[in-house]
Design a protein around this ligand. Structure first.
Ligand SMILES: Cc1ncc(COP(=O)(O)O)c(C=O)c1O
Length: 371
């Protein structure tokens, strides 16, 4: 499908066809825009194709024939055994056991196609693991920088895929600075969250799959949020689905779930801000949520507000127990980020944020990988 890039802040457009990071005019994230026209029949056709995310090739920047793929996407949407009307999108079933594989599959595909010779990104953990695996698959060298206290299992996973791993004092924003320095010295392409346009494209397919799974969109989505690519991607997907004539103007209420130890989006949402100032001294058991400042903050906050959703910080001390509860009662390979989403479900229900009849999708974004 023909596409171009549009700056999410100033609207400057850029042609497809060469490697690109942020908007050259204002440094904001670029989003992919396709020339979409109503195609109701496409919805039926797509579900007959092979069960991986590339079945949505009309709304992806590349086709399966050129994809760097490990079979990502089309994960199960499981009915909760305990809570009526609650479904769990189990992203631990992706390659490298997290939803990060979707974004990296799309980003590495495009990086290779457009001529990148070396790939680099900072990571809170799972993005680095996914980049390492897809880089190996693409035959391209990978450099990842991550906080020194990242669980050893993740460091081993990245190295196991042959990546060069550097441990950095501080958090992901510090790792980001190290990646900039590395790229300046060695060259290569920067795949940091939202600093290239294609990770969002892979992640957005989660939104398409919800329609495929349920036959309609859910009323509520609970999404554990760090950099926000999943949230931003799904919000973009709903817009595309409307342009394709697959849905009307209805949208799920999107709730961002963060930890009490690192909740910049929740604070900004509560204070009615349009961007999210950096969270000081971030700490959380849910490593994927330890993102003190996100370049996609404006896009996230806009999606949460436009969807009449919200943002909730759950008690960090209870996250691991909640993940364990998910594992023991649902049989799901739940990581702490999924545990955070379960806690959010309990708390939002207690506050009557939505009624019991509402169809709720809770994202288990990754498996129990940190030990
Ligand atoms: C398991 C898991 N869940 C959620 C997140 C946050 O993802 P996003 O950047 O889409 O907000 C991460 C990011 O590292 C993660 O690893």
């Amino acid at each position: 499908m023909p596409f171009h890039h549009v700056c999410s802040a100033c609207g400057t457009t850029y042609d497809a066809g060469s490697l690109i990071n942020l908007c050259r005019a204002c440094n904001a994230p670029l989003l992919v825009q396709y020339d979409l026209a109503p195609a109701p029949e496409l919805r039926e056709e797509i579900v007959t194709r092979a069960p991986n995310m590339w079945r949505y090739r009309e709304v992806l920047p590349a086709g399966e024939d050129e994809a760097v793929t490990l079979g990502e996407g089309i994960t199960p949407l499981l009915r909760s055994q305990r809570f009526p009307n609650v479904w769990i999108k189990d992203e631990s079933k992706n390659p490298t056991r997290s939803f990060k594989s979707r974004g990296m599959a799309a980003a590495v595909t495009m990086a290779r196609k457009l001529g990148a010779k070396r790939l680099a990104a900072p990571t809170a953990g799972n993005a680095g693991a996914a980049l390492s695996a897809y880089g190996a698959r693409a035959g391209l060298p990978v450099f990842v920088a991550m906080p020194r206290d990242t669980p050893q299992s993740i460091v081993d996973e990245c190295r196991g895929y042959g990546a060069e791993v550097e441990l950095v004092a501080g958090v992901i924003t510090d790792a980001g600075k190290r990646v900039q320095q590395y790229l300046a010295e060695n060259g290569g392409f920067d795949l940091s969250t939202l600093k290239e346009p294609y990770r969002v494209e892979g992640k957005k397919i989660m939104g398409y799959e919800l329609l495929e799974d349920l036959g309609r969109l859910p009323d509520v989505i609970l999404y554990p949020t760090g950099g926000g690519t999943g949230l931003i991607g799904m919000w973009k997907a709903f817009d595309e689905m409307q342009r394709l004539g697959w849905i009307g103007s209805e949208r799920p209420r999107m709730f961002s779930v963060q930890s009490s130890g690192c909740a910049p989006i929740v604070r900004a949402f509560d204070q009615n801000l349009h961007s999210a100032p950096e969270w000081e001294s971030p700490h959380t058991e849910a490593w994927g949520l330890r993102v003190p400042r996100a370049i996609g903050d404006r896009l996230m906050l806009r999606a949460l507000r436009d969807s009449h959703g919200g943002a909730i910080a759950v008690d960090d001390a209870r996250i691991e127990d909640a993940a364990s509860e998910l594992r023991k009662t649902e049989g799901i390979d739940a990581g702490p980020e999924g545990g955070a989403a379960l806690l959010a479900l309990h708390e939002l229900r207690a506050k009557n944020a939505f009624d019991d009849e509402a169809t709720v999708v809770l994202f288990n974004t990754g498996g129990n990988k940190y030990r």
